[in-house]
Design a protein around this ligand. Sequence first.
Ligand code: GLU
Length: 291
Amino acid sequence: MRRSKLMSVVAGVGLALTLAACGGDGDGGDSVAEVEETEFDAGTTMARLQEEGSITIGTKFDQPLFGLKAPSGDPEGFDVEMGKLIAAKLGIAPGDIEWVETVSENRETYIEDGRVDLVIATYTINDERKQLVDFAGPYFNAGQMIMVLEGSDVESVEDLEARGGSVCTARGSTPQQNIEENYPGITVEAAAAYGDCLEPLRNNQVDAVTTDNVILSGYVDQNDGEFKLVGDPFTEEPYGIGLKKGDDEFRNFINDVIEESYENGEWEAAWEKTAGTVLDLPEEFPTVDRY
Ligand code: GLU
């Protein structure tokens, strides 16, 4: 249960970025949400984190728009903003968030081991992962696509398979699993992270890179004229916030924060500040799945 003592009114897009707006090393950057003083039931994860005054969040460090480590040392992106938003509702300022790099294949382990309190990392909710961890959300819906060199004549994933082509993707990701299971004519080169797929694509060691459309769009945007997306999205990737299995109170709390962010403009402000600089605002918010 959340009982807000001090309701901070932050509504609408283009709201003032009030927190720690000075920027610079180690202050965690600014947030679209104000830090709230809330009272939580004793014994909950929320009460513990509030008491500790810090939270550890796993995110990507090599994905522009969602999670990219900036020169300041702090990561930036839509996932990072979602993390700051949740922290704010726990009374934790951006500078008191410890960011840990998680790659696709170690997310469940980091949550299970307690190395992180949350994973917010373009993390698709699915039944297989739900055996090991729980998910709040979804807070965003992506879809898998392929990215090729600007000069390539590959038109789609089906076309790539017909040519017996190859793709690079991240180990332990749903895109890897999907290609291996459903497109057996494509050779998969699995890397530790998507950023490691760019050089092999540039050097023609692979014909394409595959992952979610929004991740690939970040690479297209950052590497002017080098890459392009082809075909249509061919999966549904609902992004969730991963947490320890069985912590229903914490999951409910995060689901509340997500739903409130739809209503009070914080989701949209977080989007416009990050992914929204390149991508269109989605037409609707995903419905939170309180399973
Ligand atoms: N959303 C997909 C996944 O969770 C691909 C992106 C990623 O690997 O982070 O596996």
